[in-house]
Design a protein around this ligand. Structure first.
Ligand SMILES: [Zn+2]
Ligand SMILES: [Zn+2]
Length: 63
């Protein structure tokens, strides 16, 4: 077993969609009009965790 190089053995990597913060800022629609400021929303990819299972080791941290 060798420590995964991509996640350095942690088994997770920062979510690419939200940059690891768990939220994304998307323009939100309200009453049919686009608001002028983006609203923070929980990232769908990592579900707000800010990290996702490492694709290299499937979250085990070793290869
Ligand atoms: Zn995310
Ligand atoms: Zn890994």
């Amino acid at each position: 077993m060798v420590e995964c190089r991509k996640c350095k053995g942690k088994g997770t990597i920062p979510c690419e969609d939200c940059g690891g913060i768990g939220t994304v800022h998307l323009p939100a629609r309200s009453l049919g009009e686009w608001q002028t400021y983006p609203l923070p929303q929980a990232c769908k990819r990592c579900e707000g965790d800010g990290k996702i299972d490492c694709p290299e080791c499937s979250g085990s941290g070793t290869t």
